[in-house]
Every structure is written in C-alpha cells, then in structure tokens.
Design a protein around this ligand. Structure first.
Ligand code: NAD
Ligand code: DAU
Length: 350
C-alpha cells in the first residue's frame, strides 16, 4: 500500500486534492494532517470522510515531536505539503504566524521525513507553493520556472523561504522533492476572506464590495480542481528536483472580474441588471500590492500533458452557483473567530 501524508487537507485546495486522491486511488492510504485553523474545515470533506483509505489527524506542523511520532506511526511513501497560512492581508497584520507555520512548519516536516526515510528509495516530498514568490510583473511577460525570486509580502516571503528550504534538502541531503508554484485558485470551499467568495457573500447580503486601490491589479485565475489534477500529475510523473509552474492562462484585472461576477450574480439572484455593481466601493490599497501575476505553464503542459479544463466564464458562474447553493457552509465558516477578525479589519460584520 502507498501511504501519502497530505498536510492542510481540510483547507480550500487541500480538500479538493484529498477528494481526488481518495476516490482515484482506492489502494492508497491518504492521511490528512490539519490543525483546523480558521481556514480548515472538515465540512469540506464530508463526502470522503468515511472511506477506508482515508484518515484524518488533527495536529500542528510547528510541533516537531508530534511530527516524528506521526512519521513513526505511518510508513509514509510521500508527503504533499499544502498546510500554510495563506492570506496576504493577514500576513501584513501578523507576519509571525506565517513564519511559524510556513517556514518552521515546513522545516519540521522536512526533518521528520529525513529522519524516517533512510535512503529515500521510492520516497517523494512535494511542496505546494505560489506564484507570488516571483514578485510582480509589468504590463507584459510571464513568470517561468527560471524567474528570480522577488517576494514582497510577509506571506510570499515565507513561501519563498520554504521553497528554498525544500530545494536545499534536495541538494544537501539528496531528498527526492518536487515543487510547484501556482496562480490564484477559485471554486468551491474557499474561505470567504479571498476576493471571489467574499464578494459573492457580500453581493448576496447587499454589502459593499471593497476594491483595493484602482482595481487594475491583474491575477491569473485557475479552477481549483484543475490545480488538484496538476498536483496529482506532478506527484506521480514530475521529475525529481524539478519545479513546475501551474496557471490558468486566464488573466483578469480585478475590476473586470468583479464586473463579470456582478453580472452573473444579478442573473442568479434575479436582481435588476447593474444592481450588484452598485455595491463596488474603492478602498485604501493593500500595502505592497503586487500589480500583476501571469504564469507560463508550458513546462507542465509539454512535459506532463496537463492543461486547464474549465474556462473562466464557466468557472465563475459555477463558483457563484456553488456558494449560493451552499449558504449553510458559508454561514458556518463565517461565524466565530473569523467574524472577530473581519470586524476588527473592516469595521463591519461579514
Ligand atoms: P487555506 O488557507 O484554505 O488552507 C490551509 C490549511 O492549512 C487549512 O486547512 C489550515 O487549517 C491548515 N493549517 C494551517 N496552519 C497549520 C499548521 N500549523 N499545521 C497543520 N495545518 C495547518 O489555503 P489554500 O488556499 O488551500 O492553500 C493551500 C496551499 O496552496 C498553501 O500552501 C498556499 O500557499 C498554496 N497556494 C494557494 C493558492 C490559492 O490561490 N489559494 C495558490 C497557489 C498556492
Ligand atoms: O497567486 C496565488 C495566491 O493567490 C495564493 O498564493 C494566495 O494564497 C491566495 O490568497 C491568492 O493571493 P491574492 O492576494 O492574489 O488573493 P486575494 O483573493 O486576497 O486577492 C485577489 C486580488 O483582489 C488582489 O489583487 C487583491 C484584491 N482584493 C482582495 C480582497 C480580499 C480586493 O481588491 N479586495 C478584497 O477585499
């Protein structure tokens, strides 16, 4: 049996990956290690939680002793590491929790794997990272795997640091690794602090849509299930020691994406055309806001035959429909700790 440790499997991307792996590989044992922070939610996994090849473990990657015990208990063949503090705005407020989880947590995992794995035969450590490590682009050009790192927020700096450490364990200790750097994901189960679920929630409740700065910041959006498919491919077929960029070839200026969403929401909520867009409110910019991200994913496409399956307008509508149909999920995750954070940040309830 092949045992894989997935960290952060109760989060947004992790839950889609767990679902894919548990269903696609009945002969694998998938262990989901997650601390269940405000961003982790086992409700994301109700459809797979009773499967025989799935185990959930609550625990903290910052706790090195706990990790040693976990690696001693399960004979992991591979690690797919997603657990992280993931929200840029939170990293500006509280950098230290990003340093702890994203950097120290990653080193703890590398150390636990190194101690447990001996000669590394048949092993693989897969680190899931972000395009934000490359910094910011002007009007043209793309991030490739050769682009120099230039992280500019505490979040992206902590992810850049963890990427370097994973590669260092490959070069220094011979650990078999792969790294991927992906663009903005969207789709079901994303915590409503991120742009799309936050704005869907606000439109539904007729609340202001806070657009940072001039709204002309550009992101490359990828349907989250396409990211999970890419991770599965890279885990199984990616070359040892390599990095793969993952992107949707789907660039939008924020304000254009928001207008497209508003039109879809007017239609789905059966409201007057233009009524959602009236909620758009320009607010103070995010400090150090990266102007544009765009990914060149040709290495992944050419080497491993991956390509995005969902087109942007289709994905945007599917996303809006999912959050409207799953209002109970949205209510549950927006209560409690997140409420207090949001209230402090924005002076209103979510
Ligand atoms: P998320 O915030 O939705 O989920 C993170 C998960 O990690 C949560 O379930 C949380 O409980 C868990 N976690 C946090 N701290 C932990 C700790 N100390 N120990 C154990 N578990 C802990 O994040 P996401 O958006 O799903 O992102 C997952 C990964 O993918 C991250 O590493 C992120 O940097 C990367 N990534 C995200 C995107 C994106 O658009 N969301 C794009 C590229 C890369
Ligand atoms: O590029 C990959 C990254 O994408 C991931 O590594 C991060 O984990 C993920 O959070 C995401 O980072 P962003 O900062 O790009 O995502 P966010 O949804 O926070 O913001 C998207 C854009 O929308 C960004 O330009 C900021 C803007 N924005 C965001 C929010 C929450 C607003 O204008 N208003 C908002 O209220």
């Amino acid at each position: 049996m092949h045992h894989i440790l997935v960290t952060g499997g109760a989060g947004f991307i992790g839950s889609h990956l767990i679902r894919l792996l548990v269903n696609k590989y009945p002969d694998y044992h998938i262990v989901n290690l997650d601390l269940l922070t405000y961003a982790g939610n086992l409700e994301n996994l109700t459809d797979v939680e009773h499967k025989d090849n799935y185990t959930f473990v609550k625990g903290d990657i910052v706790d090195d002793k706990f990790l040693d015990e976990l690696f001693a208990k399960y004979n992991f063949d591979g690690v797919i590491h997603l657990a992280a503090e993931s929200h840029v705005d939170r990293s500006i407020e509280d950098p230290m929790s990003f340093i702890k989880t994203n950097i120290i947590g990653t080193v703890n995992l590398l150390n636990a794997a190194r101690k447990a794995w001996g000669d590394y035969e048949g092993k693989r450590f897969y680190h899931v990272s972000t395009d934000e490590v490359y910094g910011t682009l002007g009007e043209t050009g793309f991030f490739t795997e050769e682009t120099s790192y230039d992280p500019r927020s505490p979040y992206s700096s902590s992810k850049a640091s963890s990427d370097h450490l994973v590669r260092a364990y490959h070069h220094t200790y011979g650990m078999p690794i792969v790294v991927s750097n992906c663009s903005n994901n969207y789709g079901p189960y994303q915590f409503p602090e991120k742009l799309l679920p936050l704005f869907i929630h606000n439109i539904k409740n007729k609340k202001a849509l806070p657009v940072y700065g001039d709204g002309k910041y550009t992101r490359d959006w990828l349907w989250v299930e396409d990211h999970a498919i890419a991770i599965d491919k890279i885990y199984h077929e990616g070359r040892n020691g390599e990095t793969y960029n993952i992107g949707g070839n789907n660039e939008w200026k924020n304000i254009d994406l928001i207008h497209a969403l508003c039109e879809i929401m007017d239609d789905l909520l059966d409201r007057d055309e233009g009524s959602s867009a009236e909620l758009i409110t320009y607010v103070k910019d995010r400090p150090g806001h990266d102007r544009r991200y765009a990914i060149d994913a040709s290495k992944l496409m050419n080497e491993l035959g991956w390509e995005p399956t969902i087109k942007s307008t289709e994905g945007l509508r599917k996303t809006a429909e999912w959050y409207l149909e799953n209002s109970e999920w949205l209510e549950n995750v927006t209560s409690g700790a997140y409420q207090k954070y949001y209230l402090k940040q924005y002076g209103s309830e979510v």
